[in-house]
Write a protein that binds this ligand. Structure first.
Ligand SMILES: [Mg+2]
Ligand SMILES: [Zn+2]
Length: 160
């Protein structure tokens, strides 16, 4: 089975913007992200990104813009030798459309666990909101709750 590190996106991988992040110009990787993920990868972890993108339900941006941004993000990771197994994003907002994929719900984690044969008990979820931790706990993944935009090198000791 695989050990995984689940990652929230905004505030963990990139600088959180309260006005939403949906363009390459508006996207900045957090300091330390490449070094930390390279280290985790060298220890055998795979990576899955689980992100709420309610800006779609709010009609601030569309799936197409998310796809372009995620292509860019994955390409930057690949340039640093980092493989992201999958990105699951929830485009919904409870007031607009109910769903089970918005954190703190855990359907996206469950899908990833099944698809990538992940051992939940030896996996982690790094997030900057309580809803990230709540989703992790539902499926038996260990939550690591950080302040937004923390340099992940500061929390490496919690995992390896
Ligand atoms: Mg976040
Ligand atoms: Zn959803």
């Amino acid at each position: 089975m695989n050990r995984a590190i689940f990652l929230d996106r905004d505030g963990v991988i990139n600088i959180d913007n309260p006005q939403f992040t949906y363009t390459i110009e508006g996207f900045s990787f957090n300091e330390g992200i490449f070094e930390a993920l390279k280290l985790f990868q060298s220890k055998g972890f795979i990576f899955v990104i689980i992100t709420n993108q309610s800006g779609i339900a709010r009609k601030i941006y569309e799936h197409k813009e998310v796809a372009i941004l995620h292509d860019y993000m994955l390409n930057e990771f690949a340039n640093h030798g980092i493989k992201i197994s999958e990105i699951y994003y929830c485009p919904h907002l409870p007031q607009v459309s109910n769903c089970l994929c918005r954190k703190p719900d855990s359907i996206s984690l469950e899908k990833a666990i099944a698809r990538f044969n992940i051992d939940a008990a030896s996996s982690y979820f790094i997030g900057d909101r309580q809803r990230d931790a709540d989703a992790a706990i539902k499926v038996g993944v260990k939550p690591i709750l950080i302040e937004e935009n923390t340099n992940l090198n500061e929390i490496i000791h919690l995992i390896v």
